[in-house]
Ligand binder design. Structure first.
Ligand code: PLP
Length: 390
C-alpha cells in the first residue's frame, strides 16, 4: 500500500487535519464517484431494478470475504441499529431471558435490550461496568450464566477504544449455551479478523467509519448453522423464502408466481434479516468501500494506525492527559485514543478553528487516526493541544 496514492484519492485530506475516523471515515473518490454515477444514470436511463438487486448479492459476497464468511451468511440492511433490531427480533427468548452487554457498547446495543426488558420480552439486562475503559474478563465470567440467551458486545468500544477479548468471551458464552453478537463497526477496516476464528455467532457492522463508505447501509453476519434458529418475528418481502433475489438467481422471473398470502417462511439464508428495498446508491458505495479496503491491505493498515496511536499517546502523556483508552501494552485496541477534557466543547471548537477535526464525547476528547493519516498530522494536533492546555 502506498500512502501518498491513498491520500491523493481522498481530497478532503488536503484541506484539514482529519482525526475523526471513529466518527466517520473519509471516503475515497472511488466511493463517491460510484454513488454519483448511479444517481446520474438513474436520472438519465431510469431504474435498473434487477441489476441493482444483484448489487445486494455482490455486497453480501464482498462483506462475507472481509469477515471470513459465505455470502449466504450475510444480510444487507440500512443501519447498524436496524441490524441489531433484526437480530433481536429473531432470537428465541422463550426459555432464557437474560442478555449481557458492556457499558462500553454504543447506545443502541444497550437501550434496545432495555426496551425489550421493559416490554417483558426479557427478564434481565446485565450492563457490565467498565473500570478505566475496560470491562474485566472476570465480569463476563461472573455474569454469563445458564439463563443468559445472548452476550452482545462491541468489538472495539466507540468511547474508550478498548478491544474486547472476543474469542475468550465467545468461549464463556458458548460454555453457558448463550449466543454472542458482536458490533464490529470500530474493528472492520482497522485490523483483520475472522468471525469463525473468533467464534462469533452474529456480527453487525456499517460502512461509514473505518471502511470509508456511506451512511445508510450495514451488514449482518449469522453463522449458517444458527440461521434456522434465528427466526424473525417480522418479515418483509425481501426476507421470505423465494424472494425476488432468490427467484432471479434461480433464473426465474421475479414475479412468475404470486407470493403466498397464507404463510411467510423466512429465507434459508441471512436474507431473512432483509426487509424492504435497499438504497441502491449506498449499496454501490459500500461495494466500492470494500474494494478500497481490500486494495489497501488490512494488516499493513493496522501497523500504521498503531504507530500513529503510539505517537499520539506519547505526545499526550507529555501534556499530562488522563486517558480513558487503556495502554497499548495491555489492550491492542483499534484506532481510538480518548482522554479527559473538562471543557470538551471548547477544546474541540478551538481545534476546529485550526482545521483539526476530532470529536468530543461526554467530557472526553476522542482522536481517531486512520491509515491515511501521517505522523505530521499527529504532530500538528499535538502542537495545537499543547497551546490549548497552556
Ligand atoms: C459501535 C457503533 N455501533 C453503531 C453505531 C451507529 O450505527 P447506525 O447509525 O448505523 O445505527 C455507531 C455510531 O457511532 C457506533 O459507534
Amino acid at each position: 500500500m502506498e500512502q501518498a496514492r491513498v491520500r491523493k484519492d481522498i481530497p478532503a485530506l488536503r484541506s484539514m487535519t482529519y482525526l475523526d475516523s471513529a466518527g466517520a471515515g473519509l471516503p475515497p473518490l472511488s466511493v463517491t464517484d460510484a454513488m454519483k454515477a448511479i444517481v446520474d444514470d438513474w436520472s438519465r436511463t431510469g431504474e435498473h431494478w434487477e441489476e441493482w438487486l444483484l448489487d445486494v448479492v455482490e455486497c453480501r459476497e464482498r462483506f462475507g470475504k472481509l469477515v471470513g464468511a459465505k455470502g449466504r451468511e450475510i444480510g444487507v440492511v440500512p443501519s447498524v441499529s436496524v441490524a441489531l433490531a433484526a437480530v433481536a427480533s429473531s432470537i428465541d427468548f422463550s426459555r432464557k431471558k437474560k442478555v449481557v452487554v458492556s457499558s462500553l457498547n454504543f447506545p443502541t446495543n444497550i437501550i434496545l435490550w432495555q426496551r425489550m426488558r421493559e416490554r417483558g420480552i426479557l427478564m434481565g439486562v446485565e450492563v457490565l461496568r467498565h473500570r478505566n475503559g475496560v470491562v474485566p474478563i472476570e465480569a463476563y465470567e461472573k455474569m454469563i450464566d445458564d439463563n443468559t440467551a445472548l452476550v452482545s458486545i462491541d468489538y472495539v468500544s466507540w468511547l474508550s477504544g478498548s478491544r474486547e477479548k472476543v474469542k475468550h468471551i465467545a468461549e464463556i458464552a458458548h460454555r453457558r449455551g448463550a449466543l454472542i453478537l458482536v458490533d464490529a463497526f470500530h474493528a472492520l477496516g482497522v485490523f483483520p479478523f475472522s468471525v469463525k476464528r473468533d467464534g462469533i455467532d452474529v456480527l453487525v457492522s456499517g460502512f461509514y467509519k473505518w471502511l470509508c463508505g456511506p451512511h445508510g447501509v450495514a451488514c449482518i453476519y449469522a453463522a449458517e448453522d444458527l440461521l434456522k434458529g434465528l427466526d424473525p418475528a417480522y418479515l418483509g418481502w425481501h426476507g421470505i423464502e423465494g424472494n425476488v433475489i432468490e427467484r432471479l438467481r434461480g433464473g426465474r422471473d421475479p414475479f412468475d408466481v404470486p407470493f403466498s398470502q397464507s404463510s411467510a417462511k423466512p429465507s434459508r439464508s441471512a436474507a431473512r434479516f432483509e426487509w424492504g428495498t435497499w438504497a441502491t446508491v449506498t449499496v454501490k458505495g459500500a461495494i466500492e468501500a470494500m474494494k478500497f479496503a481490500v486494495k489497501n491491505n488490512p494488516s499493513s493498515r493496522f501497523k500504521i494506525i498503531r504507530e500513529l496511536k503510539q505517537e499520539l499517546t506519547a505526545g499526550l502523556e507529555k501534556v499530562g492527559a488522563k486517558f480513558l483508552t487503556p495502554p497499548l501494552e495491555t489492550n491492542l485496541g483499534g484506532g481510538i485514543v480518548t482522554f479527559r477534557a473538562k471543557k470538551m466543547e471548547a477544546v474541540v471548537a478551538r481545534l476546529l478553528k485550526k482545521k483539526i477535526i476530532v470529536s468530543g464525547r461526554f467530557g472526553h476528547v476522542r482522536v481517531s487516526p486512520h491509515f491515511y493519516n501521517t505522523g505530521e498530522e499527529i504532530e500538528r494536533f499535538l502542537t495545537a493541544i499543547h497551546t490549548i492546555k497552556e
